[in-house]
Design a protein around this ligand. Structure first.
Ligand code: HEC
Length: 148
């Protein structure tokens, strides 16, 4: 009987641990900041490679462009869950959690543009256009939320 109660307690403790809010994906606020900044750093690296091709500073290579484009699309799913309430940082101009709907709208606009990048990377002309549109969607969010 005692053993059964212990088991029930253990199960309840596990359930409680599992049902903590989504914010607990990050043990500390700094972990969330590090996570989102890392994702942005990688996205920006690959945007830089595409921009260099678009500007003719680097020879156009469809394979490399598509690889970077796919990475930007995938990495572009990562930062948004890493803005739990109170995870302030020097990089923030405004608090995304204070107007989550507005922030989500800007993130969704970016995701929509990033989703078009891999196909656009097939030719230099379409790459140029889509790098521009994607870059504008980064800026659309940075203007309000990123402290540069
Ligand atoms: C919906 C909003 C949003 C979109 C879209 C967005 N960013 Fe950001 N970005 C932010 C915010 C907010 C920060 C500041 C995060 C922090 O420092 O806590 C940031 C920070 C950054 C940083 C600095 C990271 C660091 O190490 O401090 C880079 C680089 C960056 N973004 C690149 C990009 C690029 C490139 C794109 C588009 C391909 C993009 N971002 C799209 C909101 C956005």
């Amino acid at each position: 009987m005692k053993k059964k109660i212990l088991l029930i307690c253990a199960a309840a403790a596990t359930a409680a641990a599992v049902s903590v809010p989504a914010q607990a994906q990050f043990a500390k606020a700094e972990d969330a900041v590090k996570y989102r900044q890392s994702a942005y750093t990688l996205m920006a690296n690959h945007m830089g490679r595409l921009a260099a091709m678009a500007k003719g500073e680097r020879p156009f290579d469809a394979g490399a462009a598509q690889a970077s484009a796919r990475l930007i699309e995938s990495l572009g799913h990562l930062p948004w869950e890493a803005f739990p309430q109170g995870s302030t940082s020097k990089g923030l101009k405004a608090e995304p959690w204070a107007d989550a709907a507005d922030f989500k709208e800007r993130a969704d606009r970016f995701k929509g543009e990033a989703a078009k990048l891999p196909e656009a990377a097939a030719s230099l002309e379409s790459l140029r256009k889509q790098v521009g549109a994607t870059g504008a969607s980064c800026k659309n969010c940075h203007d309000k939320y990123r402290n540069i």
